[in-house]
Design a binder for this molecule. Structure first.
Ligand code: 4AD
Ligand code: MG
Length: 454
């Protein structure tokens, strides 16, 4: 068997027949005994290595000097039954070509490295077991997201990365600027990197019915936490004629589908995370995959937190109606109070974005956040204000008048409908599914305040 492509190890590992094979990959380890040199090869296609054996009765040691950890090689040989217990077969090498050997400063030696150490080597860390598994899972889950939405009739749309509106009204935006000569601004007015594709997605939902975006978003929040990035990927479905209940069902269905696909589609990588990253992960994810999420209104959540405080529970931030839930509160609600994911609805309007549909009580909005154990908020969404008068009044209150949002108000002027949507942070999802503690470790090249390595 000959192959010009790299991804071969995954394909031959399970084959139980004598074959001629040729594998290209990187040496993970090389171990020498009296009679042979055993080389663990990995080509990135799966977690497991393929063992190649160089019989010292046939091979001269001097020809094997290039087989060092990190070397890139082509090995040809026979795929034969192995005497070792760990694998049924091994590659009895007959040919070796070394493309490149690492110089002695190669940082990824055989021992385990801390994730912190590897953040200084983002361009190499995908070669380790953990990061290889994470980045394969990113691919699997991205495909799964597209499958889920397409299956429900959602159309993938592409919303702009450069915008002139602040979709979340939070002012946490990176400026985009260039001069057209004589000091004239490129777009004629201030422009930014998008914090969310939602407003544009709404325009498309009110034409195509069901749409979703999946792309990078940017936030200039100066928060150096284990769950915030300055550049992250977001999935944002938006559907006309959806109300909050439909939105919550769509969100639960998405998370459960993604968990099912991860567990079924990447069993080896998932077992690796369970064993090395987060003990009990598989069991936890299976439970979440199979049961309905709990629901609480914000007011019920506050009441539960107040009761906990009365019972002796300590929080850094005092609990009172009207405050935004801090991550310690979200953790308490999911891990202690509910013991699983919980969807919190009907938040005070003053702590949520301008576009959310106002409830008749005049105090709360049709918002829904999905909170999960270990992480807190993984999804933020809402039904949108579809009443022109109410939306205009809210925007005026927040000082958001002006031509930048006239197009958004047009959507309420010309055939307004109930509609709703949400945003799932793709890296938060990956943290949840892999058990990784730091969000910088689930995206290949992270951006955070003061940090943008390669
Ligand atoms: O709650 P957020 O800010 O909601 C929106 O942007 C809405 N426009 C979504 C919508 O309704 N279409 O963000 C949505 C999700 C959060 O729940 C979180 O998972 C993720 O995006 N997120 C971040 N992920 C990584 N780093 C950050 N700085 C993030 N900020 C939000
Ligand atoms: Mg949010």
């Amino acid at each position: 068997m000959m192959s010009s492509v790299n991804k071969l190890i995954r394909d031959i590992l399970h084959l139980d027949q004598d074959l001629d094979v040729e594998v290209r990959g990187w040496v993970r380890t090389a171990r020498e005994t009296k009679s042979a040199v055993f080389v663990e090869l990995n080509d990135g296609s799966c977690l497991r290595n393929l063992q190649a054996v160089f019989d010292l009765g046939v091979w001269d040691r001097t020809r094997l000097a290039g087989l060092q950890t990190g070397a890139s090689v082509r090995v040809r040989g026979r795929w034969v039954p192995s005497p070792a217990a760990e694998q049924p077969r091994e590659l009895a090498a007959t040919e070796l070509e070394v493309y490149g050997t690492p110089d002695p400063t190669y940082p990824l030696q055989k021992k385990r490295h801390s994730f912190e150490f590897l953040r200084d080597w983002t361009h190499l860390r995908a070669r380790t077991n953990t990061f290889g598994a994470i980045f394969r899972l990113r691919d699997l889950l991205a495909a799964s997201i597209h499958r889920y939405f397409r299956g429900l009739g959602f159309v993938w749309v592409h919303t702009p990365i450069i915008t002139t509106s602040d979709a979340e009204g939070a002012g946490q935006m990176f400026a985009v600027s260039a001069k057209l000569g004589e000091g004239q601004e490129f777009f004629g007015r201030p422009a930014h990197l998008s914090v969310s594709g939602q407003l544009n997605a709404e325009a498309l939902a009110l034409a195509l019915g069901r749409v979703y975006t999946f792309g990078p978003t940017f936030r200039a929040e100066n928060s150096n936490t284990a769950r915030h990035l300055s550049e992250f990927w977001m999935v944002e479905p938006e559907a006309a004629f959806f109300e909050l209940d439909d939105d919550m069902q769509l969100a639960q269905g998405l998370i459960q589908t993604l968990l099912r696909d991860a567990l079924e589609g990447a069993p080896e990588d998932m077992e690796f995370f369970d064993r090395w990253i987060q003990n009990g992960l598989l069991e936890q994810l299976r439970r979440v995959r199979d049961a309905d999420f709990a629901h609480l209104t914000y007011s019920q959540a506050i009441a539960a937190l107040e009761k906990a405080v009365a019972g002796g529970q300590k929080f850094e931030y005092p609990v009172s109606w009207g405050m935004d839930l801090q991550s310690e509160h979200e953790k308490y609600l999911t891990e202690v109070y509910v013991g699983g994911p919980v969807i919190v609805t009907d938040y005070p309007r003053d702590i949520k974005a301008f576009y959310m549909k106002q409830n008749p009580d005049g105090k709360t909005v049709r918002a829904m956040d999905v909170l999960v154990p270990r992480l807190g908020e993984i999804i933020g969404g809402s039904q949108r204000e579809d009443d022109l008068v109410k939306l205009e009044a809210r925007m005026a209150e927040l000082g958001m008048e002006g031509r930048d949002y006239e197009w958004y108000l047009d959507l309420r002027r010309f055939g307004t409908t109930p509609h709703a949507g949400f945003g799932l942070g793709f890296e938060r999802l990956l943290q949840y599914v892999t058990g990784m503690a730091n969000i910088r470790d689930v995206i290949p090249f992270f951006r955070a305040p003061g940090q943008a390595p390669c």
